[in-house]
Design a protein around this ligand. Sequence first.
Ligand code: ATP
Ligand code: ATP
Ligand code: MG
Ligand code: MG
Ligand code: MG
Ligand code: MG
Ligand code: MG
Length: 278
Amino acid sequence: MANSKFEYVKDFERPDYLLPNTWVVVRIDGKGFTKLCAKYGFEKPNDKRALDLMNAAAKAVMADLTDIVVSYGVSDEYSFVFHKTCTLYDRRESKLVSTVVSTFSAYYVYLWSTYFPDMPLAPPLPSFDGRAVCYPSVQNMRDYMSWRQADCHINNLYNTTFWTLVQQGKMGATEAERYLKGTVSKEKHEILYSQFHINYNNEPEIFKKGSVVFRDYELVEPGFDNVAEKIDDLAEPVNQSKTQAENDKKRRAKARIVVEHLDVIKDDFWDRRPWLLS
Ligand code: ATP
Ligand code: ATP
Ligand code: MG
Ligand code: MG
Ligand code: MG
Ligand code: MG
Ligand code: MG
């Protein structure tokens, strides 16, 4: 191949391979969504249509990128977890992050009218930033997921109380903020219950827990061997030319992608779905 005299500019590029054998989390977050919420009149504190749209875009990203094993979304953010053995783009950070961000943004805009049929998008259009972080152990990666879900819980309890004070208690924003300053969880529950007859525990799960997206296979009953997976392995036709990795990839591509609002902090979610981390 004849090289042009310009080709030396390629040497200015820096390698950005992510650490091998680590769980790569790509988190995207909506740019200026505080403004976007106001512009399109999102219901406060939680607009269900907007959350459903985020979830639909995340599902589409997971269908496109089969190396993602699980993702978690809350508010205007989504975290996508790539399997530690992932070799997509040779694990180049900028390639992975930019592909997730642009795929997500494209689907978000594409699907917008399904969730907001009466509100056509107009510039400035929704966009997202993204970053990647490598977690060397399953424990670190699970702690990351727990961190995001704990954040969802804390923010949602605060926002639910704040907006109830404003919308039903007729408080001003500054007054409500001052009223809640320094209150602990229990006191927020108490304000909601005693003043507004709202039992926080009965709030929709999608608001309290956020959304977790994953490929759905047979659930494993706690305390039993993973019989379903063993039967499945035996049923796979013997094909020497196909590697296990190729078979896994095919199975992943075929599996149904589901959105649930489950606790990802406790062991149960992970124990019952061993394929997520295997
Ligand atoms: P940045 O560009 O720095 O991320 P931002 O305005 O997007 O700025 P965030 O910290 O990401 O700031 O906050 C997102 C805002 O959007 C929060 O105020 C959150 O309540 C709001 N928001 C996101 N999704 C929804 C939703 N489904 N319903 C109501 N409000 C939402
Ligand atoms: P990768 O995901 O690795 O980038 P790719 O298929 O996008 O894979 P590129 O090296 O980016 O590979 O090449 C882009 C291809 O798209 C080339 O074959 C190029 O000729 C073609 N292409 C791009 N824009 C046009 C266009 N406007 N008209 C015709 N062909 C185009
Ligand atoms: Mg941000
Ligand atoms: Mg944001
Ligand atoms: Mg955010
Ligand atoms: Mg190209
Ligand atoms: Mg290309």
